[in-house]
Design a protein around this ligand. Structure first.
Ligand code: C5P
Length: 244
């Protein structure tokens, strides 16, 4: 079974040891691994360094959101861990995103590493029209998501994170080279249990809707045989991609 670049596995586990065991079990199958704030806060950058040194692509999902100078410094640190993909909140504004993109490029150049992929978070999928409105945004959520994606592209980011439902509209607005990273993958080879995900799509369906990468956690990491679960998704993706 061939590794498939589009599949990023969320290492949402309790310890660094468990994360490394999972990464080993999925070696040669997953296109990359996502490390979020929980595991990073517990284990620190060494886990990212270890995985990157093994040749794995690490999506460091820390969603930076601060003044431009601070975000630039955080991105500089993230690049030094070997992270392949880094994200920031698009709602931090254009100067913040520009500072992040510049820091990513310049740090990579300085240390002789490949430039990281800088990804914007648009609207958290846990938010709905009401919670968005409470933050002062009156317009429809979908319009806000697409406009933040356009803003991220304008600021020089490589792409955005988006739910499966938003992918097609962003793809249309931002063009074919803009990266879209899509969690909320369920159904078909990703299993029937939705857990807490509300707006879901199957793996191949999400890629057909325009996702560049899909992020899958529990359908793989909570399976009795994570490698087999990942292989089923890879098989579906390979077949799905052949037919597009
Ligand atoms: O287990 P599951 O497949 O739902 O995991 C999806 C991963 O993507 C989790 O790490 C979750 O925090 C993350 N994520 C998400 N929705 C977003 C952004 C990130 O589910 N909008």
């Amino acid at each position: 079974m061939q590794r498939i670049d589009e599949l990023l596995v969320a290492l949402d586990v309790n310890t660094g040891t468990q994360a490394l065991e999972l990464a080993t079990a999925l070696d040669g199958i997953a296109g990359g691994f996502k490390i979020g704030s929980r595991l990073f806060t517990l284990e620190g950058p060494q886990l990212v360094r270890t995985l990157s040194a093994r040749g794995a692509r690490v999506f460091l999902d820390l969603k930076f959101h601060d003044i431009p100078n601070t975000v630039a410094q955080a991105v500089e640190s993230a690049v030094q861990t070997g992270a392949w993909m880094i994200n920031v909140h698009a709602s931090g504004g254009v100067p913040m995103m520009q500072a992040a993109a510049k820091a990513g490029r310049e740090t990579a150049q300085r240390i002789g590493a490949p430039a990281p992929l800088l990804i914007g978070v648009t609207v958290l999928t846990s938010m709905d029209a009401v919670t968005l409105q409470q933050t002062g945004v009156e317009r429809p959520l979908a319009d806000h998501v697409v406009d933040l994606a356009i803003l991220a592209r304008t600021a020089g980011l490589d792409g955005v994170v988006a739910s499966p439902q938003e992918t097609a509209a962003i793809r249309k607005a931002c063009g074919k080279d803009f990266l879209i990273v899509t969690p909320g993958i369920r159904g078909a080879s990703a299993g029937a249990d939705k857990n807490d995900q509300m707006r879901t799509m199957g793996p191949a369906e999400a890629v057909r809707a325009g996702a560049s990468y899909i992020v899958v956690g529990r359908p793989i990491i909570a399976a009795s045989d994570p490698r087999r679960a990942a292989e089923a998704i890879v098989k579906e993706l390979s077949e799905g991609l052949l037919t597009t």
